[in-house]
Design a protein. Structure first.
Length: 94
């Protein structure tokens, strides 16, 4: 089960995210999202947990209650991104 963790400080590390969420269940993977062009962390991550119960416990009970670097962390169930139509790019070129 994957959860979205947002509103993280730009200085956040994978270890800090793991320390905050690790008490709720076994974390299988953490993907810290970086900007494609600059490589800088964008302030959100996706966390893969061992089971659905752990993900639900984090999302339901902890959204808006955990802090890191003075920021209130947002947690929700991650959803799959809708596929983009073929041939269209964000920069307007085909």
């Amino acid at each position: 089960m994957r959860v979205f963790v947002g509103n993280l400080p730009f200085s956040a590390t994978e270890d800090e995210v793991k320390n905050i969420l690790g008490g709720f269940g076994d974390i299988k993977a953490i993907k810290m999202i970086s900007d494609r062009e600059t490589g800088k962390f964008r302030g959100f991550a996706f966390v893969d947990l061992d089971n659905k119960a752990a993900a639900e416990a984090i999302g339901a009970a902890q959204d808006g209650k955990l802090e890191l670097g003075g920021r209130t962390i947002k947690i929700s169930e991650a959803t799959e991104r809708a596929p983009r139509p073929q041939g269209q790019r964000r920069d307007g070129n085909s």
